[in-house]
Design a protein around this ligand. Structure first.
Ligand SMILES: C[S@@+](CC[C@H](N)C(=O)[O-])C[C@H]1O[C@@H](n2cnc3c(N)ncnc32)[C@H](O)[C@@H]1O
Length: 379
């Protein structure tokens, strides 16, 4: 089979991290990265595609454009491009190569997503898309509302449109390990991206001191499984006992993690005992209005700096980046990378910080285990 063109939907701002994972896992050639979209080519129907963690959905690519006009004229173009530019017969056979046909009559559906102020309705765009596709759909196929074996997708985002056949389903976005849910819980693909920014090694001691439902810890466990070698158990905790219990329920089947209820401003851990902090502290809106976010982040960074070994790194996701920057600079951390994204409809920034090692020190002392005091915890 000749090369297969695909596109992945990713959380906006995290395209380069997803592209790197696609390259490494699938040996893919990345052809384009634009807002929320990564296009790539692979040599054949690689089943590892379903194991991508930083993507939300993956599709076979039919056609794409950056030149929608917002005017009704786009509708005609959508029909024309779908009828002429998409090699749908080939795409359908590629789809079967990834996902063998089910018994009985194949079923199909059309899905159109549209963002932006266009001079036409989403339904009209879908109608033209369906017209363009009509000659490619075998007559014995049955159109259904749900659970179709083949989904034809058209996604319109402002001036950009992309069309194709969906390969993945909701299990790519929703992890089966997540049985307990909390309101401010992260999308697993965002937590997976944070883990990949952290430049992790098996000997690293890793912590999420404000773990909520434990999504970052869960994604760390899945990532670290790939090393296939012994590693340090990760640490996690939260000020709320209910969160600790949820994190425990979510990560139970993923291997050993030390989980405790604690206040992250007073961690019962040795100084310089942790190599990587990966954490999503509460956003301003998530805490009561009388909490000063600058003060909270300053207190947290003083504590994070104490437990982090010289040369250690922290990946932090916040909405109020100015407050975080002030707090990190207060402890003399250096910024290495920054990704602007959007979390729960709010602008947010994921940043990678580095605690400089004093001159003459190369890395953290190996073999120093964090020591827990008498805080309650589950393992
Ligand atoms: C944005 S949520 C983390 C969400 C988590 N990443 C997830 O995916 O579920 C922030 C968490 O910080 C916790 N938290 C707030 N203040 C804290 C403190 N002083 N010490 C420890 N945890 C705290 C909250 O209870 C909440 O669970």
């Amino acid at each position: 089979m000749s090369s297969i063109s695909c596109y992945a939907m990713v959380v906006s701002g995290l395209e380069s991290i997803a592209a790197r994972e696609i390259e490494l896992l699938l040996g893919a050639k990345i052809t384009r990265k634009t807002d929320g979209l990564v296009t790539f080519k692979i040599d054949g129907p690689d089943p590892d595609l379903f194991d991508l963690k930083t993507t939300e959905d993956v599709f076979l690519f039919a056609w794409g454009t950056d030149s929608l006009t917002y005017r009704a004229k786009d509708l005609e173009d959508i029909r024309k491009w779908t009828a002429k530019e998409g090699d749908w017969t080939r795409l359908i056979s590629q789809h079967h190569a990834f996902k063998p046909k089910t018994k009985g009559k194949p079923t199909y559906r059309f899905i159109t997503q549209m963002d932006g102020e266009h001079g036409y309705h989403r339904k009209d765009a879908q109608k033209e898309f369906a017209k363009g596709l009509a000659k490619f759909i075998p007559p014995n196929w049955r159109m259904v509302e749900d659970n179709a074996s083949v989904e034809f997708w058209l996604t319109i985002e402002e001036k950009t449109a992309v069309a194709g056949i969906r390969l993945t389903d909701k299990t790519m976005r929703h992890r089966t390990y997540k049985v307990a849910h909390r309101p401010a819980s992260l999308r697993p693909s965002v937590a997976a991206a944070m883990v990949r920014i952290a430049e992790l090694k098996p000997q690293h001691k890793v912590i999420d001191p404000m773990c909520g439902a434990g999504t970052i810890l869960g994604e760390y466990q899945i990532f670290a499984e790939g090393w296939r070698m012994p590693r340090e158990a990760a640490w996690g905790g939260d000020i709320e006992q209910a969160a600790v219990l949820d994190a425990s329920a979510n990560t139970r089947r993923l291997g050993k993690i030390y989980l405790h209820r604690w206040d992250a401003r007073w961690l019962p851990l040795d100084s310089c005992s942790i190599d990587r902090i990966i954490c999503n502290p509460p956003f301003g809106k998530q805490i009561s209005p009388d909490v000063d976010i600058n003060k909270l982040y300053r207190g947290l960074m003083i504590q994070f700096n104490r437990i982090l070994s010289p040369g250690g790194k922290a990946v932090l996701l916040v909405s109020d980046y100015a407050a975080l920057k002030g707090a990190c600079e207060n402890v003399e951390w250096e910024l290495e990378k920054k990704f602007r994204t959007e979390i729960l409809g709010q602008n947010a920034v994921i940043s990678l910080w580095h605690k400089p090692a004093p001159e003459g020190t190369l890395s953290a002392p190996e073999g120093v285990l964090p020591v827990l005091n008498d805080s309650q915890g589950t393992e």
